[in-house]
Design a protein around this ligand. Structure first.
Ligand code: 5GP
Ligand code: MG
Ligand code: MG
Length: 183
């Protein structure tokens, strides 16, 4: 059994920073939807976005519903191929709704680019994106992200929902993994 504390080399975003930024993001998001007549559906992308999403929606002063999607890219696990497969689709229809996609991290942008095109085809009134983390240096396609928690350097990170081999999602902060853990 490896203790949680032994796997990371550096905390990139602390619990205090997460708390403060989530308050700010929730306020921005509330502000941007408060005058909309449409129903707001918040769509979390499983599994990485779960912790961010729960802590975000509980701070938002809006009527909303929640739904989830799970996606995977074909091919290698660490490099996005750009071909995205839907493993679990939405249970709610989105026609005429305001859709807020909640993601853990945007890296190449390929996953979100696919998701936006897919959800647009279903007739949403609007589609916006909130991501906890952004690695702008890694982008392969341009994606308009409406709400970004933190821009981070190109390092593999875990915690606050993000995994390595399905573990470390329960770290209460964002940390860079030690190279020896994944090499
Ligand atoms: P994209 O299609 O933007 O390249 O892929 C985004 C997805 O790759 C994220 O939703 C996440 O699942 C995964 N990912 C990208 N960078 C990291 C990282 O540093 N740590 C973890 N745990 N997942 C990452
Ligand atoms: Mg994700
Ligand atoms: Mg993952």
């Amino acid at each position: 059994m490896v203790k949680k504390v032994e796997i990371y080399k550096e905390i990139l975003v602390s619990e205090e920073e997460l708390d403060k930024r989530l308050d700010e993001l929730a306020e921005e998001i509330t502000e941007s939807y408060k005058n909309s007549e449409k129903e707001l559906l918040v769509v979390g992308i499983l599994r990485g976005a779960v912790i961010f999403m729960t802590n975000l929606v509980t701070r938002m002063d809006l009527d909303l519903t929640m739904d989830f999607m799970a996606v995977s890219s074909y091919g290698g696990s660490s490099v996005s191929s750009g071909v995205v497969r839907i493993l679990k689709d939405l249970e709610e229809g989105i026609k005429d709704k305001d859709v807020l996609i909640v993601e853990d991290i945007i890296d190449t942008g390929l996953t979100l680019d696919y998701l936006i095109r897919n959800l647009k085809d279903r007739g949403a009134n609007s589609i916006k994106i909130a991501t906890l983390l952004d690695k702008p240096n890694r982008r392969k396609v341009n994606v308009d992200v409406d709400f970004v928690g933190f821009k981070i350097p190109d390092e593999f990170v875990v915690g606050y929902g993000l995994d390595y081999n399905q573990k470390y999602r329960n770290l209460p902060f964002i940390a860079a993994l030690k190279e020896e853990v994944y090499s």
